[in-house]
Every structure is written in structure tokens, then in C-alpha cells.
Design a binder for this molecule. Structure first.
Ligand code: UD1
Length: 363
């Protein structure tokens, strides 16, 4: 049973890694790995393959960057012949990036079953490209694997049959748990001269935050105040770096002595940075989940989250982009009572194994 597994962008890599490993225990499943090439920089792609032990992709479509329409269309055009040639039993996609919907659409139009890992998450915000990708991918999928029970509820409400939905846990957390001890060997804290528990980590790359200079400027108002009290490490996404280089905000960032920009970090360095941070500020989806398991306070610089379990059971506060609110949340986080000790059900390192077992049975 050939299964084509698709990856394209950075957050896909940590989700596919445990699946590629889990397939080994199910010899009937013959995985093929296709990289669309949506992300292509060494630090956005290859580094993750090496650190996570992901096998070399069987194929790289080398599609690269582009507008949403151009990128999605190029991925579709390049992926269609791959599906025609291999005639897989299923195509498996993860997450919510353009590669996810592009390859999903190709699969179903060719009559190939589609499997979505990380199904059912909804921010309710249709201005977010990922939300559109999630809605459409789930509408097309035959088997839908959810990380949290809200995902199951959302899919049921949208009319997806219960027999197609499986609550299995979180493959991204499989990768975190597997690599946590290994990440401790990273020397990133020493390299950057950071005291454990005495710094903040920030990531920003959502178009709604970094493509709009008004919003980005307001976020920097909060950052300016925080970096006077605590160093902030800011591994910078290429989208964000490009925007800063073209805007007066770039000079403002350079003027903040406590804000330290570094290149996008590899998986292990970033995991170590998060694990020992006093607080994490982010607009990423995955980081809300990772900090929940690491029990590190997380401030989500967005108006909503598609991952509500990280707020209910985890360490996450959804604080938006208003500097006054961010600062208040920062004070609550650093003066807080400490970790709750709770973790979401099934976030136990076994999600990929559960998925592979279900695929072995159902496909
Ligand atoms: C994509 C995903 C987003 C995910 C993010 C993680 C979509 C719609 N968005 O956003 O959900 O959270 O990846 O990183 O799929 N670039 C490089 N090198 C690279 C990749 C990108 O320089 O290896 C630059 C290019 O200028 C490119 C820009 O970053 O135009 C944006 O890349 P793109 O893949 O379009 O979207 P992301 O912002 O990375």
C-alpha cells in the first residue's frame, strides 16, 4: 500500500518525522516522501531533515516561493504527475500550509484517498491563509486525524462522519518528546550568553503581524518595553527579515539593545531555547503546543487561536497585538504561579504510531 507523504514548509517537517518512523512497524504500508520545495533555505528545511533523521525525500518538486495562487498552482502542476506515476493508495498531508491544500486537491481529483493529519483546527479567522487551507483540506479528506477534541467537534459540526475522524494526539509533540533530552546538549544558551530562565524568546511571521507596518510597529512598542527588562532572542523568519529590511521598523529593531536577532534556529537549538525561556512570545501555531508541553508561559500575539487546548490546559494566553495588553500579560506570565502540570490527553509521544495503525487497518 503506497502512501505519498507530503511536506513543504518548516512546520511540516517535525510532523512527518515520527510518521516516517512509525511506518517501519507496518510493513504493508510503503511510504514515499515528497517535498514540494515551498521552503528551501538550508535553515528552513535541510537542517530539520538532518536533525530529525527524516529520510531524504524521494522527490523534491522545488516549487519555491510565490503568491498564494502561483505557489499553490505550481505545487499542483508538479504534484499531479507524481500521483499519476505512483498510483498510491493514499496521499497524506499534514498541517495547514499551501503545500497541504495543493497536494490534497490533486489527490482527490485523481480519485486517490486523502489523509489529513492535524485536522479540525479552526481559528474562525478567514483572513488567515492557513484557515482557508484547513477548511478546504478537511472538506476533501477521507481520514481525518485530530490533535485535540475541539478538532473532532468542529468536524462533526461541519458534517464530517464520525467514522472518518480519529482523535490520536499530536505528532509534533511526538517529535518534541523524542528530542527533548537530545536538545539539552545544544550549546545555544552558552553561545548566546543566556542564563536559563532569564530571557524571552520571540517568533513572528504571520502576514497579519509582519506585513502590516502598523501592527508590526505596535508589537514593537511592547517588545521595546520588555527588552529593557529581559533579553529577547528573536530567531527571524525570512518573511519578517525581508519586511524589516524594507521598512523604517528595521532601524527601530536594530536600536533595541536587549532584542537579539538571530538566524532561523535549527530544531534542537530552538527546543533548548524554548525549554529554558522565562516566557515565549509568538504568533506560531506549533509553538503554542510545544510550550504547553514544556510548561513555559506562552503569549500568543494574535487575536485568536485554532488550538484552544493550549489555553485551557496549557500555558498559553492569547493576548492580541495591543501593546498595553501584551505588557500586562507579560507581567502576569513572569510573575505567575508556575506551571499547571497538566497536559492535553494523548499528547504522549505515541500519535504517529496510532495513525500508522489506523492507516494499516483502514486503507
Ligand atoms: C508558511 C506557511 C505558514 C507557516 C510558515 C512557517 C502558508 C500559507 N504559510 O509561511 O502557515 O506557519 O510557512 O514558516 O503556507 N522564504 C525564504 N526562504 C525559504 C522560504 C521562504 O526566503 O526557505 C521567504 C520568501 O521570500 C517567501 C517568504 O519567505 O516569499 C514567505 O514564504 P512562504 O512559504 O510563502 O510563507 P511563510 O510566510 O513561510
Amino acid at each position: 500500500m503506497k502512501i505519498i507523504n507530503v511536506v513543504g514548509a518548516r512546520p511540516n517537517f517535525m510532523k512527518i518525522a515520527p510518521l516516517m518512523e512509525a511506518y517501519r512497524d507496518f510493513p504493508r504500508l510503503q511510504p514515499l516522501l515528497v517535498h514540494t520545495g515551498q521552503h528551501y533555505d538550508e535553515r528552513m528545511s535541510d537542517l530539520f531533515f538532518h536533525q530529525l533523521g527524516i529520510p531524504e525525500p524521494d522527490l523534491n518538486l522545488e516549487v519555491g516561493s510565490g503568491s498564494h495562487a502561483a505557489q499553490t498552482a505550481e505545487i499542483m502542476k508538479a504534484f499531479e504527475p507524481v500521483v499519476l506515476r505512483h498510483k498510491p493508495r493514499a496521499v497524506l498531508v499534514v498541517g495547514d500550509v499551501n503545500s497541504t491544500i495543493a497536494c490534497g486537491l490533486v489527490a482527490v481529483k485523481l480519485g486517490v484517498r486523502l489523509v489529513h493529519v492535524e485536522a479540525g483546527l479552526r481559528s474562525g479567522d478567514r483572513t488567515m491563509p492557513e484557515e482557508i487551507n484547513r477548511l478546504l483540506t478537511d472538506a476533501l479528506s477521507d481520514l481525518l486525524f485530530c490533535t485535540e477534541s475541539v478538532g473532532v467537534d468542529n468536524l462533526r459540526r461541519e458534517g464530517v462522519g464520525a467514522e472518518r475522524i480519529f482523535l490520536v494526539g499530536n505528532v509534533m509533540i511526538d517529535t518534541l518528546l523524542k528530542n527533548k533530552a537530545k536538545a539539552e546538549a545544544s550549546t545555544i544558551l552558552e553561545d548566546l550568553g543566556l542564563p536559563p530562565g532569564g530571557y524571552a524568546v520571540m517568533t513572528l511571521h504571520r502576514p497579519s503581524n509582519v506585513d502590516d507596518t502598523g501592527v508590526f510597529g505596535r508589537l514593537l512598542d511592547a517588545v521595546e518595553a520588555i527588552q529593557r527588562e529581559m533579553p529577547i532572542i528573536f530567531p527571524i523568519h525570512p518573511r519578517t527579515r525581508n519586511n524589516l529590511s524594507r521598512s523604517p521598523l528595521g532601524a527601530r529593531v536594530e536600536g533595541m539593545a536587549g532584542l537579539r536577532l538571530i538566524d532561523p534556529a535549527g530544531y534542537l537549538d530552538f527546543l533548548k531555547l524554548m525549554a529554558h525561556a522565562r516566557v515565549v512570545l509568538t504568533d506560531s501555531g506549533g509553538i503554542q503546543e510545544e510550550t504547553t508541553i514544556l510548561q513555559v508561559p506562552c503569549l500568543t500575539l494574535r487575536e485568536n487561536t485554532e488550538r484552544p487546548v493550549t489555553v485551557e490546559m496549557g500555558t498559553n494566553q492569547v493576548v492580541g497585538t495591543d501593546p498595553t495588553k501584551i505588557l500586562a500579560a507579560y507581567r502576569r506570565a513572569v510573575g505567575g504561579r508556575g506551571p499547571s502540570g497538566r497536559t492535553p490527553p494523548l499528547w504522549d509521544g505515541q500519535a504517529a504510531r496510532r495513525i500508522a495503525a489506523i492507516l494499516d487497518e483502514k486503507l
